[in-house]
Design a protein around this ligand. Structure first.
Ligand SMILES: Nc1nc2c(c(=O)[nH]1)N[C@H]1C(S)=C(S)[C@@H](COP(=O)(O)O)O[C@H]1N2
Ligand SMILES: [Mo]
Length: 458
């Protein structure tokens, strides 16, 4: 439910005669082959007016006298002139999608500047997050920085580490050879409210500090070559943001040498959004969000880790023995079922497509298993293409709900062979009082009423 108590995502309704996956496949095959009467009969048999899925009901022209929905009465939008093309301006989603929004978690932060908004994962398809729905995490509010005044400086912590320190304008950066790559970004604190117990209702709040975009920019290695970086001594890199949060993070030089780290100005085919660091941010594939410094204004090459406030005070893992672990930057393999998920309602038993996202900061997702009985039995889901490294992957699995309580889980494995842990396994190593880097298997309880709840298994 959202803050107004409306269900989030889509209500799902299947006709009663959708009793098994084979039957559903037959219906779909008939529909594809053009035998529409078959599908019409299928719905009629199930009492179509009451039970047809929302999408079909909306497309069906209901006659003016409220009678048989299958009598063809053309709606206004099939008869008249539509809206004109835009002469200028930027396109918007349908007004019927107004409930698909990023949302703040009430009471989570004391201010709205040092805060976070969560992406509505339950309403998204495929792997790309629309830029206007990308999660936001600011430590000191966002800015719309003038790109003509923005600069990126590259220097060394001593005079010998960078031969020719330089200051780049945006125009200079955008003339250089660019790369475009799809990567996920996940805040290290994603799922952080769930360490002790199931705390929040929907996958927007459990997993929504996660987004995925096609980013465009210049490999940091290219800039370092232009500046003459001493790779022998300069084994660490500091990224610094231009906002008031003094956001600075250390990166190991190996990440830069691999060619994976880049300074990005593009996101999903256009310039970055202001909330996401316009006009320049660091992209550090596989590494937690905090290292993706926004409003990037300076990069320093150094010979040791910097131990900045966001590395020693925050983003450190509290271990069960009371000590803290630093620099655990790579986001380990994780997955979540996004539909059906907490806050959604199954209106009837029958066929559902279980769908979700899987990702790993170490490489590609190799396999996702899905359970509907709380982890006793598992089936392998279909992984959709593209299957890219350090990127979200989409999985799907057929499921027929028998109307009884069900516990839906997904468990991902990456191409290093690492398997996403259960809460029991994770807590054995990490305890239950941490904030960051919770990648445990998520459980959604489908109740007999069809309502779905966030639960954890003891
Ligand atoms: N300059 C600056 N960079 C920043 C932050 C910030 O507050 N200021 N927040 C960091 C954190 S903690 C995260 S999770 C990501 C969030 O990126 P997004 O807002 O584009 O989702 O940006 C990182 N980079
Ligand atoms: Mo973060």
């Amino acid at each position: 439910m959202d803050s107004q108590g409306k269900p989030v995502g889509r209500l799902i309704k299947a006709p009663e005669n959708f009793v098994d996956a084979a039957g559903v496949r037959q219906v779909f095959a008939e529909a594809r082959s053009g035998r529409r009467d078959f599908i019409r009969q299928a719905f009629a048999a199930a009492g179509a007016a009451a039970t047809a899925p929302l999408a079909l009901a909306a497309a069906d022209p209901v006659s003016a006298d409220g009678g048989d929905p299958h009598i063809l009465n053309l709606p206004a939008h099939s008869l008249g002139l539509g809206q004109p093309v835009a002469t200028d301006g930027y396109g918007n989603p349908s007004k019927f999608e107004a409930n698909v929004q990023r949302r703040r978690s009430p009471g989570l932060t004391q201010t709205t500047q040092a805060s976070v908004s969560f992406a509505p994962l339950q309403s998204l398809f495929g792997i790309v997050t629309p830029s206007g729905l990308h999660f936001e995490r600011h430590h000191q509010g966002w800015w719309d920085v003038d790109p003509s005044k923005h600069r990126l400086m590259i220097n060394g912590s001593d005079a010998n580490l960078v031969k020719t320190p330089r200051v780049f304008t945006m125009d200079e950066l955008m003339r250089l050879p660019s790369v475009s790559r799809f990567h996920f970004i996940e805040c290290g604190a994603n799922t952080g409210m769930e360490w002790g117990n199931a705390a929040v209702p929907t996958c927007q709040y459990t997993h929504g500090m996660l987004s995925c975009s096609e980013f465009t920019g210049v490999p940091l290695r290219t800039l370092f070559e232009l500046c003459g970086v001493d790779y022998k001594r300069g084994r660490f890199v500091l990224g610094e943001g231009a906002d008031g949060s003094s956001m600075t993070r250390t990166l190991p030089m190996e990440l830069v040498e691999s060619g994976e780290v880049f300074v990005a100005y593009g996101q999903n085919g256009e310039m970055l959004r202001p909330e996401n660091g316009y006009p320049l941010r660091l992209v550090v594939p596989g590494v937690q969000g905090v290292s993706w410094v926004k409003y990037l204004r300076r990069i320093e090459v150094g010979d040791k880790p910097y131990g900045s406030k966001d590395e020693v005070l925050h983003y450190a893992d509290l271990m069960p023995d009371g000590r803290h672990r630093q620099y655990t930057s790579t986001q380990e393999c994780k997955s979540v079922v996004t539909t059906p998920s907490g806050g959604q309602v199954l209106l009837d038993k029958g066929y559902y497509n279980i769908t979700g996202l899987a990702w790993s900061g170490k490489g590609k997702v190799k396999r996702v298993d899905v359970s509907t009985d709380g982890g006793r039995n598992w089936r392998s889901a279909r992984l959709e293409t593209p299957l890219l490294s350090k990127c979200l992957s989409r999985f799907n699995l057929d499921w027929v709900w028998n109307g009884k309580p069900a516990m839906i889980q997904s468990r991902a494995m990456d191409d290093t062979g690492y398997v996403q842990p259960t809460y029991q396994q994770l807590r054995k190593v990490r305890g239950s009082r941490s904030i960051y880097h919770n990648n445990a298997v998520q459980t959604w309880l489908v109740q007999e009423s069809g309502e779905i709840k966030n639960v954890q298994l003891a």
